[in-house]
Write a protein that binds this ligand. Structure first.
Ligand code: PMT
Length: 221
């Protein structure tokens, strides 16, 4: 009884956090659980799409009927995404990708020592921005996780990363962002309009986002 809104479309979704190694026992990461991204992948599958999910480390079960590729670091995620980008129709970047990683990764466990310890971080590659530069026919959707000035940063990301849509969430709002089963998002479009959604289960947020994408692609709801 599924609605075949995205039948025949190849959808690439990223989800979860990345892990950036410091030494064999430590890493930098963030609070993403993958729930939002997995919800989008599952909703796209239920809309009839052919879905590939590139997932950072999460405790979620591998979804049925979705090609899932497990990755660790921002670099791994970049490589997996680039492999699938060309033949994708829609790319949705829900993952919380590290912006920085330790510049030097120790081969052995770093030992405690007296006083402060300084870690040098270097920039990771910005996957969304790279896709924005390389896209041909793909409809490119980014997320924006903000704690303040959501609209300004979302619009700025839309332009700078050459995305077709930005889904913004204020991650300090109750019921929104990391870890919760619900989210509160605003969808920013290229034409300058925005659509604000109420607090909804992530499964519903996912469907709404996909309906908006479909509308933009097909020009109808
Ligand atoms: O996983 P959950 O627990 O369900 O939480 C959901 C969520 C809060 C992680 C999700 O709703 C969300 O907001 N995801 C984006 C998190 C993020 O990294 O936002 P950002 O504003 O830092 O990045 C903006 C965009 O650039 C994102 O689409 C991100 O995937 C992309 N990016 C960022 C850095 C980088 N090096 N490469 C990227 O592609």
């Amino acid at each position: 009884a599924s609605n075949e809104l995205l039948k025949g479309k190849k959808v690439l979704v990223t989800a979860g956090p990345t892990r950036e190694k410091l030494d064999p026992v430590r890493f930098f990461s963030n609070h993403s659980t993958g729930k939002m991204g997995y919800a989008i992948a599952e909703a796209a599958r239920d809309f009839g799409a052919d879905v590939t999910l590139v997932s950072g480390p999460t405790s979620l079960v591998r979804p049925q009927g979705i090609q899932t590729i497990q990755v660790e670091s921002a670099q791994d995620m970049y490589e997996a995404v680039m492999k699938h980008f060309q033949h994708s129709d829609i790319v949705i970047k829900t993952a919380a990708v590290a912006d920085y990683r330790p510049k030097y990764v120790a081969d052995n466990k770093i030992k405690k020592q007296q006083g402060d310890y300084t870690i040098v971080l270097e920039r990771t590659i910005d996957i969304l921005q790279t896709l924005g530069k390389q896209k041909t026919h793909q409809f490119l959707v980014g997320f924006a996780a903000e704690t303040n000035d959501v609209e300004r940063y979302a619009k700025e990301k839309l332009a700078r990363k050459n995305a077709d849509m930005i889904v913004a969430n204020n991650v300090v709002q109750e019921g929104a962002g990391f870890g919760t089963d619900t989210n509160i998002v605003t969808i920013f479009k290229r034409d300058g309009t925005a659509k604000q959604l109420p607090l909804l289960p992530k499964s519903e947020v996912a469907k709404q986002i996909l309906r908006e994408i479909h509308y933009e692609i097909e020009g109808r709801l």
